[in-house]
Write a protein that binds this ligand. Structure first.
Ligand code: ZN
Length: 225
């Protein structure tokens, strides 16, 4: 199944970054708990706790990848709580790709960017390219369901930004534009979230440094490790 291979590739990618660090555990927002049931039934994953706080805030469901599977992929198994509450264990950015399969009530409508007329999905469902019947503009899709987000947890993009910066050593530090490009969000989001929250809380480093490979001195973001 697709979702399993994506979970496994994230774990293997985490392992490959540093084989001495465990990559055996998974944290997900409680709102996505049903996604992993099938893997628990098949003993690929084991639910260890329904309410565990990450080092970086937020409460999560904690799972471990089966010990045998970890062995098979040479993934180091975490023994200490301190090891598996790091941000790299938060898998919501992987699981969010499957939200559509789990949200049956998701409804869509379409808005004309030109005249702002709203069309229900049923009105335009038969057209492959959906256009306004007054001015022929291509309609924008509106999805009427917020991205799953639990109280106290970060949004997907915030987790991605934190995760991305946390993977950068000082010599690989990136500026806000580079991070925005890598994560797929605005530069403003990176600088607001990075400077006003993450750096202030001491979760990442931000500083005016000179990166030799880039040959300029400016504000760069990198991990605290
Ligand atoms: Zn229109």
């Amino acid at each position: 199944m697709d979702m399993w291979s994506e979970i496994l590739s994230k774990a293997v990618a985490e392992k490959n970054k540093n084989t001495n660090r465990p990559a055996s555990h998974i944290l997900i927002a409680p709102i996505r708990k049903d996604y992993l049931n099938v893997f628990c039934e098949n003993f690929h994953l084991h639910l260890l706790s329904k309410n565990i706080s990450s080092k970086h805030g937020g409460n999560y469901m904690l799972y471990s990848i089966d010990y045998e599977i970890c062995n098979e992929y040479n993934i180091k198994y975490a023994e200490e709580k301190d090891e598996y509450t790091a941000v790299r264990f938060i898998y919501d950015s992987v699981l969010s790709n499957f939200d559509a399969y789990f949200m049956k009530s998701k409804s869509k409508s379409y808005r004309c960017p030109q005249c702002s007329k709203i069309y229900e999905e049923s009105e335009v469902v038969k057209f492959k390219v959906k256009r306004c019947c007054d001015d022929d503009e291509v309609l924008d899709e509106i999805i009427h369901m917020e991205t799953p987000k639990t109280e106290g947890n970060y949004t997907e993009v915030e987790i991605k930004i934190l995760g991305h910066i946390s993977s950068l050593g000082e010599d690989e530090a990136m500026d806000a534009r580079e991070i925005a490009d890598a994560v797929g969000c605005t530069i403003q989001k990176v600088s607001m979230w990075g400077s006003k929250v993450l750096a202030k809380k001491g979760l990442i480093n931000k500083g005016l440094i000179n990166i030799l490979s880039k040959n300029k001195t400016k504000n760069y973001y990198y991990s605290i490790d």
